[in-house]
Write a protein that binds this ligand. Sequence first.
Ligand SMILES: Nc1ncnc2c1ncn2[C@@H]1O[C@H](COP(=O)(O)OP(=O)(O)OP(=O)(O)O)[C@@H](O)[C@H]1O
Length: 269
Amino acid sequence: MNAPLAYEYTGASSDAPVYELSNVSKTYARNSVVALENVDLTLRYGSFTSIIGSSGCGKSTLLKIMAGLIPPTRGRVVLQDKPVTGPRRDIGMMFQQATLFPWKTAVENIVLPIEIRDGKAAAKKAMEKAHDLLDMVGLKGFESVYPNELSGGMAQRASICRMLITEPAVLLLDEPFSALDELSRDMMNMELQRICREQDATAFLVTHSIQEAVILSDEIVVMKPRPGRIAEIVKVDLPRPRTLDLMTTPRFGEIVDHIRSMLDKGEGM
Ligand SMILES: Nc1ncnc2c1ncn2[C@@H]1O[C@H](COP(=O)(O)OP(=O)(O)OP(=O)(O)O)[C@@H](O)[C@H]1O
């Protein structure tokens, strides 16, 4: 691409680091696959970071290590000044499929993390907040509805509420909208942006879509495979708040082309 990508950075984040990964490596003992090698990464407060790269380059492995679901073989993961050694309350996660329990209503699903953590009385207290969250994501009136009566997009909105009810410091998102059609996905991405801004959340998104990464992110981590390493961290200088019409601007196109060329020439494939 013509213009350099590392110009003055005007992202939404402050400078304070929230997540700090140093020298993180992961070898799966079962098959000796080196999934990650020497990953260094800092996420700053209020920033939105995406990770992109071909299938098998270690994106999900990195997310699971950050979430404390699996340990790294080497290296250090620190969140809010404390090493991550297992699942934590200050980490919120969201997956591809909305994993709502079918026998619970939308609002009951949302307070479930509180019920599991602090018991039924605390969950009852959290009902008001759950209603506010449903309102925020446009699901007012759907509180008592069961998941099978919600569309895919509505179910993912409810999943966002369930992730936010515990007020996590960071949101780890594993392709949360990939099962949705393109229109719903664009709308949900704009919704996600709004929620992140409102909550001052620090977000980390695994995606296969270059466009999605560029429209949402302050920084994009481009991975290369075998073993999974960081090829480049691309800073995105598009103004905020982002709107979908930014996707037609030359700058958006330049950044997309730059990332695609890295993936095409094998850096991320
Ligand atoms: N539990 C596991 N046991 C052994 N090997 C694994 C395990 N999980 C992942 N791997 C291997 O580690 C490498 C990285 O996998 P990972 O799922 O992290 O990649 P990914 O970039 O998320 O892929 P995708 O885009 O397809 O989800 C792959 O070679 C994969 O086969």
